[in-house]
Design a protein around this ligand. Sequence first.
Ligand code: GDP
Length: 298
Amino acid sequence: MFATLSDRLADTFKNLRGKGRLSEADIDATAREIRIALLEADVALPVVKEFVASVKERARGEEVSGALNPAQQVVKIVHEELVAILGGETRRLRYAKTGPTVIMLAGLQGAGKTTLAGKLALWLKEQGKTPMLVACDLQRPNAVTQLQVNGERVGVPVFAPEPGNGVGDPVAVSRASIEEAKRKLHDVVIIDTAGRLGVDAELMKQAADIRDAVQPDEVLFVVDAMIGQDAVSTAQAFLDGVGYDGVVLTKLDGDARGGAALSIASITGKPVMFASAGEKATDFDLFHPDRMASRILD
Ligand code: GDP
């Protein structure tokens, strides 16, 4: 992902090489090219506008420092602005001070929630935690089994509906899971919720009811980076309907343009916290805005 954006930006910077000082015309031309590169990569228009205005202003005001030539100066500015739209600092998970930390996953069906739940559980285990997975996606056939398979693969127990603990009622299951986690001394609970193919009111209400029942420490909105511009509108709909603390980008290993996913933090004001880039349980880590910016500009 982001290969085209990388290439376009590299071409833009190439045109500045060897210039002693940037004229107003150079800055305008560069800004125009950056605008086209971002738009072609699917970055949302309001984000592009702000980005380009900021780069332009800073490129004009920048003193030519001894260490960097104008081209390097512009690369540095673009890097810093990319880090800014991606949320700035790396945002780490907040753990509960007492009792189990509750992490709830929300997003559309197919976003990669169930896969992500397994990856997150493994990642937490590697941090020395003792997580438990909770199957609250009771809509999609096989979702419970899929979570059980993922849990088994990474050696993390799965709390799944059984007669008596609320079959068919995800809110009751989520509530019961917290009691189970306390009994079994799990320090993190990861709740997988149901998604629909499109945003709908019933889906939002169910997710909001689970949120109210378990009061999560972190609600993570999981979004498929391959879905293009729809990623931004879906992110906004979930923010309004359920609310969340952070975003998880999945399928970053795909070859879509990816710019829409890059716009989410900026549009919603919620940081991208994790990135998932493959089918393997280990293709997953904290999202570092500075590393992503470097990858795009490499
Ligand atoms: P859910 O409906 O949100 O629970 O989505 P799933 O976890 O079932 O994922 C939907 C599909 O996307 C499955 O076929 C996964 O194997 C695939 N998938 C999930 N995450 C990734 C990823 O990071 N990269 C790729 N290439 N595929 C993924």
